[in-house]
Design a binder for this molecule. Structure first.
Ligand code: SF4
Length: 551
């Protein structure tokens, strides 16, 4: 596509205008598309702030499609990924009257593992009385689905424990030795990606892949020369997670569960190791229990150099002994599995994972690095996540990303600071890049109301919930429902949803009831509905028209 043809395609008499019922001419969109086309042709990086309503999705899709290069498009959330693939791409195919070579990839745990599905009855799976019905639904879906992506099962609750027994995560995959390897949805997903010009991913998968490219397990994404980051203001946070180290109680619980299962397979039974696994579970419970006193994120405090561990939660310098017990328990499991006479893939995977957990706990509690921050998060009275996060991701990103790809396009509605990109570029290690700032297409003074309630207490204050509920009720009355009520934590969301349930004359939806796609579909289809949700609905969600009038 030549530069003029972007004008034609996006202009008032082009195919987009003819196909889109609400088409508006957006000069900023054409400017952005041309800047991207130039950046790709000249192998340069580009940062674009595109205010709301610019139409940035088409502005990057069109030059990427025309480039004839393999392009990875990385979005902030899975919702946005799905909107691109299931809505924007089909729209473009209709408008341009041709089939486009595009696919999407998500993290492995979104996909069904065929081997686990075939074996689930032997393993046992009952978590709730609804599980047999869920399993039946999954089985019948598995017979027809092409993608194996659980998002197609709109009615499946988001945090269904049963899914954890069926997903295709790396830790439990036996790879090419699996009898279902060829039919496997992950194998198929990779094959599609290799054959596609555009691969749509999310930032989590992108950075998980970038971190893996250096490691022992190879990459997930096919090679690419251009990458587009939508919602690029989130890159630093997500990259920090993947270039850091995290150990949670869930990882150890899963290890114990998978290890028991591996022992149960074939001739590997070992009463000694079964007992060691039971001990490990108890030790993990004791150790992680010491981090639960305070909900949310907290720093790990540095201890005296003579202590058994270098750092601990504030006021808990008693974690040294349980830490040693946990680490030695992992060591016993690692050595025990390594020495079993039968070395199945599952047994070897347990050895590797126990070793990884031991090393990573050491990095969090014993290392001397001044380049990391050490912290933990307690979530919902159940999950504890321990972290060592790099303070700066810029050097890693410069070396592994920006110096290696021909073109990186960073775009978002909020990327510049004071009209320039110095801050974000320094945080990300993006030394050379073209820059473009495009104002919003909308007139906010005329078209929007921004309202800040003045007398709501801090969220930690116990008066917060009743006051917030009253305020939300008043606002929803004014908007006649048609709203998203969004929170920074699940706990807040559930508290407010629970208090307002039955008090509002509008249909109420809450995150977790169904898959995200399922919730959005129901929201769009139900007049005056109100959706209560957390971070994944904060951005990249598109509900056109008055159905969503208030956030
Ligand atoms: S290859 Fe791995 S993920 Fe795929 S079906 Fe087999 S075990 Fe499951």
């Amino acid at each position: 596509m030549r530069v003029e043809s972007l004008d034609e395609v996006l202009g008032p008499s082009g195919p987009i205008a003819r196909s889109h019922p609400n088409y508006e001419f957006r000069p900023g969109q054409i400017e952005m598309a041309k800047a991207i086309e130039t950046a790709i042709a000249e192998r340069r990086h580009l940062a674009v702030e595109a205010g709301t309503g610019t139409g940035k999705t088409l502005a990057y899709l069109l030059p990427c499609l025309a480039s004839r290069k393999r392009v990875v498009i990385s979005t902030g959330t899975k919702n946005l990924q799905e909107q691109l693939f299931f809505r924007d791409i089909p729209f473009l195919e209709r408008a341009l009257e041709r089939k486009l070579s595009v696919c999407y990839m998500k993290g492995r745990s979104n996909y069904l593992c065929l081997k686990k599905l075939a074996e689930i009855d032997e393993v046992g799976y009952l978590f709730s009385r609804h599980d047999p019905a869920h399993l039946e639904r999954i089985r019948s879906w598995a017979r027809g689905t092409e993608s194996g992506d659980r998002a197609e099962l709109a009615e499946l609750p988001e945090d269904l424990p049963l899914w954890g027994r069926l997903d295709a995560r790396r830790e439990t995959c036996t790879g090419q030795k699996c009898r279902d390897w060829d039919a496997c949805f992950v194998t198929q997903m990779r094959k599609r990606a290799l054959e596609s010009d555009i691969v749509i991913v999310n930032h989590h998968l992108f950075f998980a892949d970038l971190a893996l490219r250096q490691g022992d397990f190879g990459s997930v994404l096919p090679d690419y020369s251009v990458v587009v980051f939508d919602e690029a203001h989130e890159l630093e946070d997500v990259a920090t997670q993947y270039f850091g180290v995290m150990v949670s109680n869930y990882r150890i619980e899963e290890l114990v569960r998978d290890a028991e299962r591996a022992l149960g397979e074939g001739e590997a039974a070992s009463p000694f190791l079964s007992e060691q696994l039971a001990r490990l579970a108890v030790r993990a419970g004791d150790f992680f229990g010491r981090f639960r006193a305070r909900e949310g994120k907290s720093r790990l405090e540095e201890l005296r150099a003579s202590s058994e561990v270098r750092r601990a939660p504030a006021g808990r310098d008693d974690i040294g002994a349980p830490y040693r017990e946990l680490v030695s328990g992992l060591g016993v499991v690692e050595a025990g599995f390594a020495n079993l006479s039968i070395q199945s893939d599952a047994i070897q995977a347990v050895t590797r994972r126990a070793g990884e957990l031991r090393t990573q706990l050491g990095e969090i509690f014993e290392s001397e690095s001044a380049e990391c921050v050490y912290w933990f998060e307690a979530r919902g009275g159940r999950g504890v996540f321990l972290w060592a996060s790099p303070i700066l991701v810029a050097p890693v990103l410069r070396e592994r990303l920006f110096d290696r790809v021909d073109t990186a396009i960073l775009t978002s509605a909020t990327l510049a600071t004071g009209g320039n990109f110095r801050f974000i570029r320094s945080r990300l290690g993006l030394e050379q890049a073209d820059e473009l700032v495009l104002g919003s297409h909308f007139d906010f003074r005329e078209q929007a109301i921004f309202y800040v309630p003045r007398d709501i207490p801090e969220p930690r204050d116990e008066r917060w919930a009743p006051r917030a509920c009253l305020e939300i009720e008043r606002i929803l009355e004014a908007s006649r429902g048609r709203a998203f009520v969004l929170f920074t934590s699940y706990a807040q969301m559930e508290l407010v949803y629970g208090s307002l349930k039955g008090r509002l004359p509008y249909p109420m939806l809450v995150q977790g009831q169904k898959s995200k796609t399922g919730l959005l579909e129901e929201f769009r289809a139900t007049p005056n509905s109100v959706l209560f949700a957390t971070a994944s609905f904060w951005q990249g969600v598109d509900v056109a028209g008055e159905q969503l009038s208030c956030v």
